[in-house]
Design a protein around this ligand. Structure first.
Ligand SMILES: Nc1nc2c(ncn2[C@@H]2O[C@H](COP(=O)(O)OP(=O)(O)O)[C@@H](O)[C@H]2O)c(=O)[nH]1
Ligand SMILES: [Mg+2]
Length: 217
């Protein structure tokens, strides 16, 4: 979990209020030319298909159906933009590692994700989601390399912690932290979350609020 001592109860409360405000779907972009104007700070969520990106966005804003959460990989082949209270955008990036998609399709949407990551001036941080039951896999290494290359600040977020046994979360957090310790653009904290149970979400909201510089007024 994110080190809670980093946030005061006031920080956590302010973030709770902010994320309870209206969140709306802005658009899904299938091409780099279709992105919205870069006029708001953005936070992006990346990770393999099915890792829990859409569920995490839903969990953060407390809406079950804002971002589509589904087992159908075809629904996540766009860069999806969500507006939070006109103050920031949450960005759902195309998932990688789908077994069923063709090589060309995979490449097309990975290129889109990569172009977005490289060129987006308003992008404040990328959260790279990793299933806490599996830890970092070789398919994730390519994503980490791309993020380091793009020099975008990123942080690992472990998902589905509700599926772990007691103590396993801390172990996978420590192992993941060790694995990324030499990566230049990695934020040296690994968050442990469960969108299902809300674990780690108050701290993640506070961190996003801080990272984007968003305020309540
Ligand atoms: N148990 C559990 N399941 C989750 C959690 N987050 C997502 N899931 C499930 O994992 C599957 C994929 O989630 P989704 O958000 O669509 O992943 P995405 O492809 O990365 O957007 C869905 O069946 C979700 O219900 C979680 O925190 N706990
Ligand atoms: Mg999704």
């Amino acid at each position: 979990m994110i080190d809670e001592t980093e946030f005061t109860p006031e920080d956590i409360e302010a973030a709770r209020i902010l994320f309870a405000r209206p969140a709306t779907f802005v658009m899904g972009a299938a091409k780099i030319e279709q992105l919205p104007d870069p006029d708001l700070p953005e936070i992006a969520f990346a990770g393999r298909s099915n890792v829990g990106k859409s569920s995490l966005i839903n969990g953060l804003v407390g809406m079950h159906k804002l971002a589509r959460a589904s087992n159908e990989p075809g629904r996540t082949r766009e860069v999806n933009f969500f507006d939070l209270d006109g103050r920031m955008r949450l960005v759902d990036l195309p998932g990688y590692g789908w077994a069923k998609a063709s090589k060309t399709t995979v490449k097309k949407f990975q290129d889109l994700g990569r172009d977005y990551l490289r060129g987006r001036v308003t992008l404040k941080r990328v959260y790279l989601l990793i299933d806490s039951r599996h830890g970092l896999k070789s398919v994730d290494t390519e994503a980490l390399d791309a993020l380091d290359l793009a020099a975008v600040s990123y942080q690992i977020v472990l998902t589905k912690a509700d599926k772990l046994k007691k103590g396993e979360g801390e172990a996978v957090q420590a192992a993941t932290l060790k694995a990324i310790s030499k990566r230049p653009a990695a934020f040296p904290v690994v968050a442990l979350t469960s969108s299902e149970k809300g674990l780690g979400l108050p701290e993640l909201r506070a961190e996003i609020m801080r990272t984007t510089g968003a305020t309540l007024d």
